[in-house]
Write a protein that binds this ligand. Structure first.
Ligand code: ADP
Ligand code: ZN
Length: 619
């Protein structure tokens, strides 16, 4: 739980939060603070800087939005991506908060108006990019304006140990000197101990309180499987089994996103490809399509995601594995932001691991950084290919203590059998040795089975030819994969036609001497898939069959409203809020205001329309 550094008196905390709670209820329509929100807000309201590490969906934005509204002056939010700012500003405006963003896309006339509002003290929140903010003229102009606070969103971008390092973030340390009296709040969802230290040092927050919430995401149901056979086929299978829901499929290359999206469309799935190689306007259109839809699948490279706050993403599938555990948690974490159950499914292979290690080795960075990055790759594959609860492994990785198994991931619900395959491993290693790294995996397996097509006399005369009849081709393929994971075999990329050779000599010798065992896993799924649906997290809210027509009517109204305003539907109301309305069927404004997610601004804007839709169903 929290590891807040500063000591504070509970009574002061309480007093300081009266105003904040009022805003939480009136403006945002939420009843209570979630997790550490209250503590973080109290710290900033007291004028002190802080760092907050809260999980995705934990409500980081309120931590700076509420103090920006309450404290005199302008709240400045530094955010790495325009998409992130656009979404938040739209959501703020819906709630009646005076918010704007300044970035290169804003036209001059609008810019002038925004500056007028800033200087007249009319604006509560201003979103800027780090490059934008650190321009001398911008700093000069802002120094004339009273500031409520400076929030640094996605603060892990400041650290080169993290996975999203953005050199522009490094400049933000200067804010401490430039705006000495202004509290600064760094927020992020992912940061291990080392990254956290780095953030504090870079942003000059060494003396400030640090709030670290649990990394638990009980709504996420995790699983991972080794790639087998045609990768696209498996992804199509996984996605079509989840039809009617929105999801994200991450693929490792631009080309792959296009091909996968096409394969999915061929299977009748409304899938879109998204990557940095697409024309800007195409990207904007596809993003909008994805955000607007109640059912859409985005097949994307990691260029897609940061700042995409679509709350009803029900699954994230990695067709190719992520780059690190941080990236895993952040990418998977884009599912289930509304707190309802969602799945994270990862496909991975030994080839992905060796590719990631090779890329790390080739990077033009400090050797110490390289070493850390290679270690991170290994930790990721230990998680994916391991046998212990996935959620617990991630949380321990982030430094949480006393973590319990989640009870719902594939490893908690299924069963992993380990069997000793050391003898078969010796055969495979000898064969690889005899074939001297001239062939790929398929040929190695054929060799073991004695099924090599047009085998040469030389190969047929080798003592290892056909010595592996006791196992099936699939079993050999799995074993070869395992040996690659363990570094006992190594794959030479050979321009896309990888060749298999013997790996670490000492380790291989140990296998032959019987000092090292090779264990293979067989994973069995839980017999009852349904058991996975029992969750420990927040209560799922779904409209009962009787309330379904009203829910659909509310969704249709929201959809039309969103279209006419050019905003995503969820900035108007979340599904969860519509579900509660469909259940409660409020007959008055006072009753409607009781519903979670209905604040004053939205009541004024949409109260009459929503009550109208509900009334249409009353008679
Ligand atoms: P993140 O930490 O991922 O940036 P956000 O700030 O986007 O999370 O919040 C995630 C969602 O949780 C938002 O839709 C927000 O409205 C909701 N939320 C935030 N705080 C609360 C709260 N105290 N009670 C209920 N919902 C909340
Ligand atoms: Zn588990």
């Amino acid at each position: 739980m929290p590891s807040a550094v500063a000591e504070r008196d509970p009574d002061t905390l309480h007093d300081g939060l009266v105003g904040a709670r009022e805003i939480l209820r009136r403006t945002f329509g939420h009843q209570e603070f979630r997790g550490l929100q209250g503590e973080v807000i109290a710290e900033v309201l007291a004028g002190r800087s802080a760092m907050a590490v809260l999980p995705t969906g934990g409500g980081k934005s309120l931590c700076y939005q509420i103090p920006s509204i309450l404290r005199p002056g302008l709240g400045l939010v530094v955010s790495p991506l325009i998409a992130l700012m656009t979404d938040q500003v739209a959501a703020m405006q819906q709630s009646g908060v005076a918010a704007a963003r300044l970035d290169s896309n804003i036209d001059p006339a609008e810019k002038g108006e925004i500056w007028r509002r800033i200087e007249a003290g009319e604006l509560d929140l201003l979103y800027v990019s780090p490059e934008g903010l650190m321009q001398p003229w911008m700093l000069e102009r802002l120094s004339q304006v009273p500031l409520a606070l400076i929030a640094i969103d996605e603060a892990h971008c400041v650290s080169q140990w993290g996975h999203d390092f953005r050199p522009d973030y490094r400049m933000l340390g200067r804010l401490a000197d430039l705006f000495p009296g202004v509290p600064r709040l760094a927020v992020t969802a992912t940061a291990d101990e080392r990254t956290r230290e780095d953030i504090r040092r870079e942003l000059r927050l060494e003396q400030s309180a640090e709030f670290v919430a649990s990394f638990a995401r009980p709504e996420l149901i995790l699983s991972a499987e080794r790639k087998r056979g045609a990768a696209h086929k498996r992804v199509v299978e996984l996605v079509t089994a989840r039809s009617g829901r929105s999801g994200v499929v991450y693929a490792g290359s631009r080309d792959n996103t296009e091909k996968l999206a096409q394969a999915l469309r061929d299977a009748g799935v409304p899938a879109l490809a998204y990557h940095a190689g697409l024309d800007r306007q195409v990207r904007i259109d596809r993003l909008e399509q994805f955000l607007q839809a109640d059912e859409a699948v985005m097949v994307a490279t990691i260029a897609f995601g940061m700042g995409v706050d679509k709350p009803d993403v029900r699954f994230v599938i990695h067709a190719d594995p992520p780059g690190s555990i941080e990236a895993y948690w952040q990418e998977i974490g884009r599912a289930g932001r509304d707190g309802d159950p969602a799945e994270g499914i990862t496909l991975y292979g030994a080839a992905d691991m060796s590719w990631a290690l090779r890329r790390t080795g080739e990077r033009d960075v400090d050797p110490a950084v390289k070493q850390v990055q290679a270690h991170k790759v290994r930790q990721l594959y230990a998680l994916l290919d391991g046998a212990g609860c996935r959620a617990a492994t991630v949380r321990r990785y982030f430094g949480e203590e006393g973590v319990e198994a989640c009870g719902q991931c594939d490893l908690c619900t299924g069963q992993v059998d380990l069997s000793d395959a050391s003898q078969a491993a010796q055969k495979a290693l000898s064969a690889a040795h005899r074939l001297a790294g001239r062939y790929g995996r398929g040929r190695l397996v054929d060799h073991l089975l004695g099924k090599t097509k047009d085998v040469s006399d030389h190969e047929a005369a080798l003592s290892t030819w056909g010595i592996g009849q006791e196992l099936s081709a699939n079993a050999w393929r799995d074993l070869v994969e395992q040996l690659l994971f363990e570094g006992l075999l190594r794959e030479d990329p050979n321009d896309g036609r990888p060749l298999v050779g013997v790996g670490d000599a000492d380790a291989v010798r140990a296998v032959f001497r019987g000092e090292r065992k090779v264990m293979v896993q067989t994973r069995h799924e839980a017999p009852e898939k349904a058991t996975r649906k029992t969750r420990k997290g927040r209560e799922t809210v779904t409209a009962s069959p009787a309330d379904q027509p009203l829910f659909e009517a509310l969704r249709a109204w929201r959809s039309a409203e969103a279209k006419s305003q050019h905003v995503p539907p969820y900035v108007i109301f979340h599904d969860r809020t519509l579900t509660e309305i469909a259940q409660a069927k409020p007959g008055s404004r006072a009753a409607l205001e009781q519903i979670n997610g209905v604040g004053e601004g939205k009541l004024a804007r949409y109260g009459a329309a929503v009550l109208g839709v509900v009334a249409g169903f009353a008679g």
